[in-house]
Design a protein around this ligand. Structure first.
Ligand code: TYD
Length: 140
């Protein structure tokens, strides 16, 4: 398995239809996201100072969208880090397997919408950072 890289975690611009009544964005499997969508979840009612994430996934692909408001996603592949600010409902951040992510700096009332390539499975999580670094250094 090639080593994961934060460079593969691209911001994808989704279709946006604007008219006087407001804006509409849609996402079609296989057209706008490079994985099959098995699950959708969202974070909301986030208290001030909330920190989410704090883990990596072994095999999961995700698209993270600031459906409302804004927040920061810190991406870490074990060698490099980057902070991606998300603040547009038509932008999605692709997060590939074996990328540690911390999500924070949520604006008040923000909603973090996530499309995921697999059903929820705790066995896919790596929640221990030293273990993540060890596994990340093994591949490649
Ligand atoms: P977790 O993924 O740790 O949250 P975050 O990355 O947003 O900080 O999940 C928090 C809890 O919710 C944990 O007990 C697992 C559970 N959960 C599900 O049952 N199904 C899901 O699809 C997700 C994402 C989490």
């Amino acid at each position: 398995m090639p080593r994961a890289s934060i460079d593969a975690c691209k911001v994808i611009e989704l279709p946006k239809i604007s008219d006087p009544r407001g804006k509409l964005t849609f996402i079609e499997e296989g057209r706008h996201v490079p994985f099959d969508i098995r699950r959708v979840y969202y974070l909301y009612d986030l208290p001030g100072g909330a920190e989410r994430g704090g883990h990596a996934h072994r095999g999961l692909f995700q698209l993270i969208i600031a459906a409302s408001g804004s927040f920061d996603v810190m991406l870490d592949d074990g060698g490099h880090r980057r902070v991606q600010h998300l603040n547009r409902s038509y932008l999605g951040l692709l997060v590939t397997p074996m990328i540690w992510r911390d999500i924070g700096n949520f604006s008040s009332g923000s909603v973090c919408l996530v499309l995921a390539s697999e059903f929820y499975a705790e066995s896919d999580y790596i929640r221990d950072y030293p273990e993540f670094l060890r596994l990340a250094s093994e591949v490649g």
